[in-house]
Design a protein around this ligand. Sequence first.
Ligand SMILES: Nc1ncnc2c1ncn2[C@@H]1O[C@H](COP(=O)(O)OP(=O)(O)OP(=O)(O)O)[C@@H](O)[C@H]1O
Length: 345
Amino acid sequence: MTTPSSTARSRTNSSRTSRRRTASSGAFPATTGMAVHLSGLVKSYGHVHAVRGVDLDIAPGEVVALLGPNGAGKSTTVDMLLGLARPDQGTVSLFGVEPAQAVAQGHVGAMLQAGSLLPDATVGELVAMFAALHRAPLPVKEALERAGIADLADRPTGKLSGGQAQRVRFALAVVPDPVLLVLDEPTVGMDVESRRAFWASMRDLTAAGRTVLFATHYLDEADDYADRVVLMRSGRIIADGTAAAIKNQVSGRRISARLPGADAARLGALPGVSEVAVHGDQVTLHCTDADAALRALLPAYEQAADIEVRSVDLEDAVVALTSAAEDQAKDRAGKLAAEDRRSSS
Ligand SMILES: Nc1ncnc2c1ncn2[C@@H]1O[C@H](COP(=O)(O)OP(=O)(O)OP(=O)(O)O)[C@@H](O)[C@H]1O
């Protein structure tokens, strides 16, 4: 069946194909090799094992979302990728050279979570200062327009709202006219309209074949804009593929309904139901067989209302995959502790 969203998706996919073609046909300054090559990256801070062995290749022209719960190691990976943190083990190369060299050549633009803007400079002055550090920057006006802040050029950066400051960071990331954009939670603090404008501008940038790696907690952004989703948990990559492939790793559908006075144990015993979540009157049934579950639910709960059956979305898949990884980590820790006890007795 063709739905508006599937039509939109196939359009997006064909634009992704042509974007790759543009990237490999040399629309940019000559670069060689993988846009990003991370091999065996490990990084600890004292007892905290932030990154525990990350291997990742990103081809020129790919748009990759880096997902994972708080503390998964996304920012640490991004910091090592940009040469801002030194790996304990492993190597990083961007277009076949060290990060510092790729940055010096103007191939890389970055937007990080931390980092204050010079509070006394105006937005225009700050972006101009940054542009002056690069060999072939965009005109300042164009960088400001791409970030949607042309009207803020004369505003001191100390007088910006959080969302506006975030857009200034975006202008600083694009002003080198980079081939690779690395964005750590780029839309944090932006209102809905600014997020939309941000992604519209990103679409223009990626349509020309730029490579993008962005970390985000907004799974709809990953679903809508990334060719590929890399999911991290506890310092490791636990899934890597298209959003569709990641969703396919988690089978089943979800039934949600308003069900006053529902009993979770009774719902859990219905055929085809694997898991139940109850929030007040609202119930979500995770199903291995949604048809069987629905057939059993309706006679048992005549008061059921606002019933919806839907496929697994990216959020469901990410939650399921990250909690499965957590269970496996606990199992591993339990087995190691048991082995320790056995060997010491
Ligand atoms: N400079 C540091 N000193 C000590 N611990 C750190 C440092 N930077 C990160 N960590 C720790 O390393 C782990 C991974 O952190 P990181 O910021 O990379 O995760 P993240 O996936 O980006 O999380 P979030 O989504 O919350 O930004 C966390 O436990 C964090 O507390």
